[in-house]
Design a protein around this ligand. Sequence first.
Ligand code: GLC
Length: 706
Amino acid sequence: MRVLFCVCCLISVNIFAQKTDSVTEKKITTLLSKMTLEEKIGQLSQPVLDEHSKDVENEIAAGKVGSFCSFNKRHYTPSERNRLQKIAIEKSRLGIPIIFTYDVIHGFSTIYPISLGLSASWDLNLAKQVASMAAKEARYYGIDMTFSPMVDVSRDPRWGRISECYGEDVLLNSVFGKATVEGYQGNDLSKHENIGSCVKHFVGYGLSMGGRDKQFTEISKNTLLNTYLPPFKSAVDAGAVSVMTAFNDISGIPASANKFTMTDVLKDQWGFDGFTLSDWDAVLELQNHGIAGNDKEAAEKAINAGLDMEMRSDMYLNLVKSVKEGNVKESVVDEAVRRVLRIKYKLGLFDNPYIDDKKSNKVQLTEENRKLARKAGAESMVLLKNNGVLPLGKKGRLIIDGPFTNSKDMLGWWIGNGDDQNVVTVEEGIRNKTAGKLQIIHGSLSRNYDKTVLICLGESGGNFGESNCITDVTIPKSQIELVKEAKAKGKNVIAVIFNGRPWVLTPIMDYADAILIAWHPGTEAGNAVADVLFGDVNPSGKLTCSFPKMNGQIPIFYSDRISGRPRENKYKNIDANPLFEFGFGLSYTKFEYSNLKMSSNTLKKDGSITVSIDVKNIGKREGKEVVQLYIHDKVASISRPKRELVKFAKPNIKAGETQTITFNLSASDLAFYNIDDQYTLESGAYDLWVGGSSNCELSSKFTLED
Ligand code: GLC
């Protein structure tokens, strides 16, 4: 009987699940049949709330707003959101709810490290936790969907938006994108702990020519398939409900009018059933790109290529005419509207369009959230150099100096409801940590007998991010001088750097005794820095983007391809290696790698092999180590990267302990788009390395066989 029961229960759940989908689709079909063409176009419009304050009620009541973009904390409140939603539900003819959206990128009220920093933690569980924390704060504030994660692979620190992605590597952008989508969306989007995820910017934005934001790109189809698309596939497979198209063109065809990427790949091949959304004015800008001669043509090119919703610009208002003229089939509009309505159902907006605005404040910036942000801040920091001056003692005397010692400018870009007044500064963090046992002397007051000086350097959050592209990523001269002066006084110099992108640190390498990359760590900046400086947290971050020796090396990344003459492809004045490579980061302890073993040196195309390595903590304190596994496909139908990260783990290893770390390497980990742009496996010889950075040397070989 029990077996019968289980089987029935299984089937009933299954049918129930299918019924819900078909029920939803039936509701959408019914709703669509009632909608006028104008109302359908209204669902495809996402105006910016701030810019419609005077006539917003009429716009909503007329069914012209499918979604609102951006919120401005000066006047967007949970109750205001409910008021606007009520107009949509009660005043518009069909009562279709609105999706409220915003850039919740690295926190909403409690801000955690910028994405480039968080990725240096190599901790996917942490990424999921902080996304989940942000989702709850944002949803209870009335944000239904966030324009995040940003998974644009970037290898050019001149581009200010490198700060927003998860670094230079395809796998890391893929797995962090997946973890972030899962953290945002949870297992039920209708719950007010979760928000919808709109992954961006689709696609190839990180390759903007010359590191100039929104500049054109030249991307071969194969590079698109093997490097820039996979992180989006990972986010879509994780269930992202929307995809935002990028500003750039893709080898001449703007992303917002690119049928190949939006329809052929995203919708047809990947089966994406959410909606595509343009970036800010990107439909209007098709005219600047020179592929549309007027507003109506821009709208027609975009929607016929698969762009469902338009952000801010109102080109889509021309579609009523376009449909009547036959330039756009009404079925194309219907499909776009269906996708938008589908996500509104998934978000539960039809059944539960309002948020509990009484509860909102209770979930913002809680102690628990601050603790998590503090943990993320410390886990993201990367120790690049340490002559033994770190960790610091909590007693005695410390000179602190530098422009970021008492700065609250630690939140980076996209700070939502975050407030820099809530930021813990470095000095505050040190005082919290040492509780009066440490005498703090400000640099300018220091005496010559003081031994150690802590210099807090970096760049303002307004110096990186969107449109903030620069040709020189060298640490500023004034900051180099600070380090040199301190050294000249015979000090032990500890440099903590709050940067939003890889910097050229070459000028301070001979003067700083320790260098800690802190990124923009968020609300708990000072406490997180103090946790690491005084050793309560053993730094375990590893770079996810290469730090160049000099600007002229840019773009520089570990997974480039081997030239026909490897010995000749460097510069006359410098080698082709970065100052600090991808995957590099120090600890307060040391790890030794040995005993690399493989279960077999042949891997069948339908099989897997295990790769194990012993990692010994040969230092005096416990620490986490990011163990990385790289491969190189030696002979293939196209030239393959000289190294590719395929696996990683982050074990915590006690002092003196040896752990055997085992990876399961399956053939599918080696699949790529070959010379015919077919996603496939090609048999042949592979090199394999395992170690603590992309320069690791412990190696082995294996052959992939049919
Ligand atoms: C911006 C950005 C995009 C952001 C959008 C809405 O221009 O390119 O990342 O999500 O506008 O703020």
